[in-house]
Design a protein around this ligand. Structure first.
Ligand SMILES: [Ca+2]
Ligand SMILES: [Ca+2]
Ligand SMILES: [Ca+2]
Ligand SMILES: [Ca+2]
Length: 373
């Protein structure tokens, strides 16, 4: 307690109970005291138990960042303040958001009870559920965050707590060693991931091409890599009915703030495995020539470019398109030149190019031959 001029200041040791800036049933009484509050003539002041006027602005208890629709882009901030707030009509004016992940911008603000909800328009930049350098500041505003007594809240630029879980952005299937059998799946997430110790437990793979099985899982940065033991069945670089599912797991995919990536049901991975083409066989016929071989998927576009001479340095003299494949992997194909289309005994070089429906391109080995007379 100190007295300066006509003001007595009572310093209160903060109590152990939860934060509270409402007056409630708080009262202060003053008794007369010969050494207490009195004027120079010794007249002692006193007053009965009296509720103080509320001059305590609502303090911020939590400030949290969310990706409410779980698409990997931050879209919401919630600030929890103390006590009931007065009707809020300040729109976005009192708030300053800096470095919103993905380049988001503040769209609107609503206040319910003691919670201010900031709705963020997701930005155009890549998915990002990490706080990074994101900050939120609140300025005092007569129509802004304040209690019923009009005490206006504010706070300086503050990083929100991370409540945005990693979202899976891509799921891709690979044939990393290019032998025609799928051996890897990669899932990329919207932020760097915490150390992964869940092994294969969260993952369920079904109908892996060639009958592969999940061998191990590792996480580096924002990418989970599933290593697949290649199966014994025929080479096949198409997705087919291959699916991957992942369950949320406390030791699994999560960020540094322990937000667990949500369960994702069966999902077909994106095809990142190019067809693998066999050596091309050429057989001569009656005034025509047949090229044949195999490939590891029966979709997309297969073309055969025929060049004059001993190599594929161009120009292309003929282009053929394969329209059908054999019934099972490895898928057979063949192409026969039209009668006398190629000049008898002249030298040609053919190259097969197969682009699967996902756009993965394989340029096959060339075959050089002398056309059938
Ligand atoms: Ca979002
Ligand atoms: Ca996060
Ligand atoms: Ca492979
Ligand atoms: Ca493929």
């Amino acid at each position: 307690m100190s007295v300066t001029g006509s003001t007595a200041t009572l310093t209160i040791s903060e109590g152990p109970n939860p934060a509270d800036t409402a007056v409630g049933s708080f009262t202060v009484a003053l008794a007369t005291n010969a050494n207490g509050i009195r004027d120079a003539a010794g007249n002692q002041s006193s007053f009965a138990a009296t509720a103080p006027a509320d001059k305590a602005a609502p303090a911020r208890i939590t400030l949290e960042m969310f990706d409410a629709n779980a698409n990997g882009k931050v879209d919401q901030v919630k600030g929890n303040l103390l006590g009931a707030l007065a009707a809020y009509t300040a729109a976005t004016a009192p708030w300053t958001l800096a470095n919103v992940p993905s380049g988001g911008t503040l769209s609107s603000v609503s206040v319910t009870g003691s919670t201010a909800t900031l709705t963020i328009s997701e930005g155009p930049n890549p998915a990002d559920t990490a706080v990074g350098s994101f900050t939120v500041a609140l300025a005092t505003n007569a129509n802004g965050i304040r209690d019923a007594a009009g005490n206006q809240s504010s706070f300086a630029a503050t990083a929100p707590a991370d409540k945005a879980a990693p979202a899976r952005i891509t799921l891709e299937m690979f044939d990393a060693n290019a032998n025609g059998k799928v051996d890897q799946v990669k899932g990329t997430f919207s932020e760097p991931l915490a150390a992964y110790t869940a092994a294969a437990a969260p993952w369920t793979l079904a109908n892996v091409p060639s009958g592969g099985t999940l061998s191990s899982v590792s996480v580096t940065g924002s990418t989970a890599t599933l290593t697949i033991s290649e199966g014994a069945a025929a080479a096949n670089t198409a997705v087919g009915s291959f699916t991957v599912a992942m369950t949320s797991n406390a030791a699994g995919i999560r960020d540094g703030a322990s937000n667990l990536a949500p369960t994702v049901g069966v999902t077909a991975p994106t095809d990142k495995a190019a067809p693998i083409l066999s050596t091309v066989t050429r057989t001569g016929g009656n005034h025509n020539d047949t090229l044949s071989g195999t490939t590891t998927e029966n979709n997309g576009t297969m073309t055969i470019n025929v060049y004059g001479g001993a190599n594929a340095s161009g120009p292309i003299l003929f282009t053929y398109t394969v329209v059908s494949f054999g019934p099972s992997s490895p898928f057979t194909w063949s192409m026969t030149s039209k009668n006398n289309e190629l000049t008898g005994n002249a030298q040609y070089t053919a190259q097969v190019i197969h682009v699967d429906t996902a756009g993965n391109q394989s340029n096959g080995p060339t075959v050089t031959f002398n056309a059938t007379p």
